[in-house]
Design a protein. Structure first.
Length: 132
């Protein structure tokens, strides 16, 4: 039995004219907010608010950035600026070492300066798990 595999599953269905349901909802919501701001707010405030709301509604409905809807970009922007961030960097001053002090003070320094393979082989030869 053969099954039909749906094609173009990443394309939204056109519901209202040439618009998908999301696009229609964004545009209708933006138009509603513009109407409410014109009716309820003073004219000098709504003069600046209405174009911003209309632009946001148009951007949400039609703009895609890197094949992602503008709503995802706006959500990432808001989440980034609302989360708390604290970046600390503290530079530590290194103490200058005198070559004569390091050689005399610890014999362990000489073994650490050799290659790690030689140190590992020496430690395996010295440590015997059976105690022989």
């Amino acid at each position: 039995m053969q099954f039909k595999v749906p094609q173009f599953i990443d394309i939204e269905d056109k519901v209202v004219g040439n618009l998908s349901f999301k696009q229609f909802a964004y545009l209708a919501g933006g138009a509603g907010l513009c109407y409410i701001s014109i009716r309820l707010l003073p004219s000098f405030v709504s003069l600046f608010l209405v174009p911003a709301l209309a632009g946001l509604a148009l951007a949400l409905a039609f703009i895609k950035v890197n094949d992602k809807p503008f709503a995802h970009i706006l959500e990432a922007f808001v989440r980034y600026y609302l989360k708390s961030r604290l970046y600390l960097w503290k530079k530590q001053k290194s103490k200058p070492q005198n070559k004569t002090d390091t050689k005399e003070s610890s014999p362990l320094r000489a073994t650490l300066s050799e290659s790690k393979l030689k140190t590992l082989s020496w430690s395996l030869d010295v440590i015997d798990p059976k105690g022989k």
